[in-house]
Ligand binder design. Structure first.
Ligand code: SF4
Length: 79
């Protein structure tokens, strides 16, 4: 399984990731990206299914500030 989490401190609200992977990323009131898959609330604890891996990797590769983190283990962040 893969897990993902957005480092909001470095996100510049460019809007790329949500366009690339709308099932995984959406934006908060300030336009900063966050993981919304299955109501993850940007905790990075929700396993991303195989069929979304390509979208996930494309989003990560396309983020201009490397704010999208991917790991094999849950991030266990607080949003
Ligand atoms: Fe933020 Fe990166 Fe997504 Fe742009 S692609 S909104 S910088 S996380």
């Amino acid at each position: 399984a893969k897990y993902t989490w957005v480092e909001k401190d470095t996100c510049i609200a460019c809007g790329a990731c949500g366009a690339t992977a709308p099932d995984i990323f959406d934006y908060d009131d300030e336009g900063l990206a966050e993981v919304i898959y299955e109501n993850d609330r940007n905790c990075g604890v929700t396993a991303i299914p195989d069929d979304l891996f390509d979208d996930l990797q494309d989003s990560c590769d396309g983020c201009p500030t490397d704010s999208i983190k991917i790991a094999d283990e849950p991030f266990n962040k607080e949003g």
